[in-house]
Design a protein around this ligand. Structure first.
Ligand SMILES: C[S@@+](CC[C@H](N)C(=O)[O-])C[C@H]1O[C@@H](n2cnc3c(N)ncnc32)[C@H](O)[C@@H]1O
Length: 194
């Protein structure tokens, strides 16, 4: 499905970074794993800020566009086509994890979050923005399966050895290409690995 979404020439979520990531970019350093990166807008932005980014997504078409975007901006990113349901980065290997609108079924999401928490080094940052359950009746983006939408409390339960730096549910305007098109209910989360 995602290869079809990304098969057009335009960038479905645009080429500008996600607002929440852009606001908190100074909290990130070193090696960053970007989950469900799609067409590369966030990975390229992070690389432009000197970060060493590995972008993972299930869509080869999306990641091919990510590499094209990186080349056009004269930065380097690493891309990896992989299924996040089974993705397991090496323990203690990264300084940051970025998850922007990475919606998975709740059980696999929880397991992925536990694996990426183990991959973070102490002091490493986990940064997430995604649609909350209050987004369900809106038509401005996001999955229509309630099990794939977030709540802050459920997300906090995914992590065992992290300190909460920022956690909130709010409504905000999300204007990101053709895919995210207006006022939306989102969860924003930043954790620091202990
Ligand atoms: C809503 S898009 C967000 C893309 C990107 N994070 C952004 O905000 O521009 C969701 C992305 O999740 C990816 N995805 C969904 N399920 C996946 C899975 N099981 N493994 C890997 N990627 C997956 C899709 O390919 C798609 O690129």
């Amino acid at each position: 499905m995602w290869n079809d979404v990304y098969s057009c020439d335009e960038y479905y979520y645009g080429t500008a970074p996600n607002d929440f990531l852009a606001e908190h970019i100074s909290k990130l350093h070193g090696r960053i794993l970007s989950l469900a990166e799609g067409e590369g807008r966030n990975a390229v932005f992070m690389a432009e800020h000197g970060l060493d980014v590995r972008a993972v997504d299930g869509s080869a078409t999306g990641l091919a566009k990510a590499n094209t975007l990186a080349a056009s901006r004269k930065v380097a990113i690493q891309t990896e086509v992989a299924d996040l349901n089974h993705y397991a980065p090496a323990a203690d290997s990264i300084q940051g994890v970025v998850s922007i609108f990475a919606h998975l079924p709740s059980q696999t999401r929880r397991q992925l979050h536990q694996r990426v928490e183990q991959a973070l080094q102490p002091g490493g940052i986990f940064l997430l923005e995604g649609y909350s359950q209050a987004q369900l009746p809106r038509n401005t983006g996001g999955p229509k399966n309630p099990d794939m939408l977030f709540s802050l409390d459920e997300l906090l339960g995914d992590f065992y050895s992290s300190e909460l730096l920022l956690g909130r549910e709010l409504n905000r305007k999300v204007l990101e290409g053709r895919g995210h098109t207006g006022v939306a209910s989102v969860v924003q989360l930043i954790l620091k690995k202990i």
